[in-house]
Design a protein. Structure first.
Lengths: 312, 292
């Protein structure tokens, strides 16, 4: 919580602040919740000034309510659906991945999580004509593979454009990741880099690699960091109509890792796995959580040199 | 001596629109004024969906073009701490609800599609959305709402999705002392309690099941206990005491994976023990919540 300090608002001079402090009012919350009449008597500051200070601080530190009829119009204007390369999967997701949402794909090792992300990058660039930021936290990003998918789908003439539209950021721990997200936010606010004007998809592959090391033990710090990170991702998604895709692992028998607190974070959760009785490049996708669709739907995809596609 | 302004007196004595029976039978004939309802459940159990359905029912008018829409025509403040509020879903639920009612109403005119859109726009203006990024911001925002509540007698509900959003962050920022960890939420509960009493408001909040219930030694005994006892034991209060005391009704929401049905158990707190054992089953469709 912010401390009451000089120059927060014009009425708060050094003198006023020190008087308030001697009356036990140290933070903004202290000032807002205190009975002003009593405070005026105790500090011999004019009641009128205190009321003005309180009102200014309230305005400065609170969030302004948004009227939903305006909010609806801006949402309609800014939201879009990012189709995946697989038609059946799009049907399952009611069109694809939605902006302003955090979508999670979870699966075991070599279940095709990164392939899904890379494939989606190419389709965002070519079909939606938007840019992608790919945050690589475990060294799993492969530019060669991205180029292979791009070239086999769209040919050599589009290769350069596709590769230019995907920006890769490496962040190997949670602090670097948070810094990276903050940088993206700053760039989107400042609007100096044209790349970020058409940014639509943010991939974090994988979220587990950065969160897991800080969890566990008796310390609660890890949970705090995890929630901070999840809020940052959700704010980015909501404030800039981004589509955020995070990759998670599964532990043991199909249980998604990172526990109960994280499980509330994604809007949509897809589980990817390799059905034992199928060929080696076939994967099954199950929608196990969604805030707008019935869950439990399944579809099969195949992983080829063209990335992911429907499997029939 | 306590003094109040004329505006405060009017706000205290004047009545706010009742929303009784808005989502029956889940809430029976409630929620009534001064209720504090907590929706508790793990992820994907339909907590936010219940809130959206409530919002839809509350902001729609009672009748429209002589068709009975069964809305409450009241205003709502929705505090979205989880950044998950989906206006598109809300509009879908409202649209489907209106169209379903129109279908069954013989007196309805045809080609009302444009009018429905206008109606929804009008209704949405009764809903204010607030998004907070941390608990002190939520606290200050609540303080700043006092003026809004005083000047708008049509607001009858504050919804918070979710009250547990900043639990871990506060726990880490508070250091070793439990009092410091819970300071903000305690103050938030105090402000809410003040609002509830002075404005006869209703507060509906979701609480995520952030942690597993610790296994106790008498776990085997609990296993044999009845369903409602099991649920009571399933719940572990991890938020501060002030919040726990504020809640008057707790709804446990569960999801049955096999059938895609949801179950909702109402537990009245404070009053006679186990007075209410109703279990409501519902499913979630494009039209919103359908009680089975």
């Amino acid at each position: 919580m912010s401390a009451v300090r000089p120059n927060l608002c014009p009425q708060l001079s050094e003198d006023v602040v020190s008087k308030l402090r001697s009356a036990g009012v140290k933070t903004v919350v202290d000032l807002i919740k205190t009975d002003l009449e009593g405070l005026a008597l105790e500090t011999s500051l004019p009641y009128k000034d205190l009321v003005i200070i309180r009102r200014l601080l309230l305005a400065q530190f609170s969030t302004f309510p948004v009227n939903c009829s305006d909010f609806y119009l801006t949402t309609i204007a800014s939201s879009s659906i990012i189709p995946t390369p697989a038609e059946k999967l799009n049907e399952l997701l009611d069109g694809g991945l939605y902006t302003s949402e955090v979508t999670e794909i979870a699966g075991e090792i070599s279940s095709g999580k990164t392939q899904f992300c890379l494939s989606l990058c190419v389709s965002v660039v070519m079909k939606a004509r938007q840019n992608v930021v790919f945050i690589d936290t475990c060294g799993g990003f492969s530019a060669d593979r991205l180029a292979e998918i791009a070239e086999s789908l769209y040919g050599e003439e589009h290769l350069e454009h596709i590769l230019q539209s995907v920006k890769v950021i490496e962040a190997f721990d949670i602090f670097h990741l948070m810094t990276a997200l903050q940088t993206i936010k700053d760039k989107m606010v400042k609007k100096v880099d044209p790349f970020y004007d058409t940014l639509k998809l943010l991939v974090v592959d994988s979220i587990t690699a950065v969160i897991y090391p800080s969890l566990g033990g008796q310390q609660m710090d890890g949970h705090g960091l995890m929630v901070q990170l999840s809020l940052k991702l959700r704010h980015l998604a909501a404030d800039f109509s981004l589509c955020v895709l995070v990759v998670n692992n599964v532990i043991g028998d199909g249980k998604v890792s990172l526990g109960k607190t994280w499980s509330h974070v994604p809007h949509c959760r897809l589980l990817i796995s390799h059905p034992k009785d199928q060929e080696s490049n076939v994967r099954e996708l199950v929608l196990i959580k969604s805030s707008r669709l019935a869950t439990g739907g399944k579809t099969k995809i195949g992983i080829t040199e063209k990335g992911i596609e429907d499997w029939t | 001596m306590q003094s109040e302004t004329g505006l405060q007196l009017l706000a205290r004595l004047g009545s706010r629109p009742s929303i009784a029976g808005v989502l029956s039978p889940i809430f029976n004939d409630g929620p009534s004024a001064k209720d504090v309802i907590e929706l508790f459940g793990t992820e994907g159990t339909g907590k936010s969906e219940i809130l959206l359905n409530l919002v839809a029912g509350i902001i729609l008018p009672k009748t429209w073009k002589s068709v009975n829409l069964n809305g409450k025509d009241a205003s709502v403040i929705f505090i979205d701490n989880d950044y998950k509020f989906s206006i598109l879903r809300l509009v879908t639920v409202m649209e489907n609800r209106i169209h379903a009612t129109l279908k069954n109403a013989p007196q309805a005119e045809e080609n009302l599609t444009n009018d429905v859109e206008l109606l929804i726009q009008k209704c949405l203006s009764k809903l204010s959305l607030i998004r907070c990024t941390n608990s002190s911001e939520l606290l200050v925002t609540l303080y700043s709402l006092e003026q809004t509540l005083l000047s708008n007698p049509n607001i009858s509900v504050i919804m918070i999705d979710s009250i547990s959003a900043f639990y871990w962050i506060d726990k880490c920022n508070g250091g070793e002392s439990l009092a410091a960890q819970e300071k903000n939420l305690t103050l938030i509960s105090e402000v809410l309690s003040k609002f509830i009493n002075s404005f006869s408001l209703i507060v509906i909040a979701t609480k995520c099941a952030l942690m597993k219930k610790r296994m106790r030694e008498d776990y085997n005994l609990e296993k044999s206990a009845s369903n409602i006892d099991r649920l009571k034991n399933d719940h572990q209060e991890f938020l501060c005491k002030a919040w726990g005391q504020l809640v008057t009704q707790r709804f446990h929401v569960e999801k049955q994976l096999a059938s895609n049905h949801f179950k909702c158990h109402c537990i009245h707190l404070g009053s006679s023990k186990n007075a209410d054992k109703t279990v409501i089953q519902f499913q979630i469709t494009d039209n919103g919540i359908q009680v089975l």
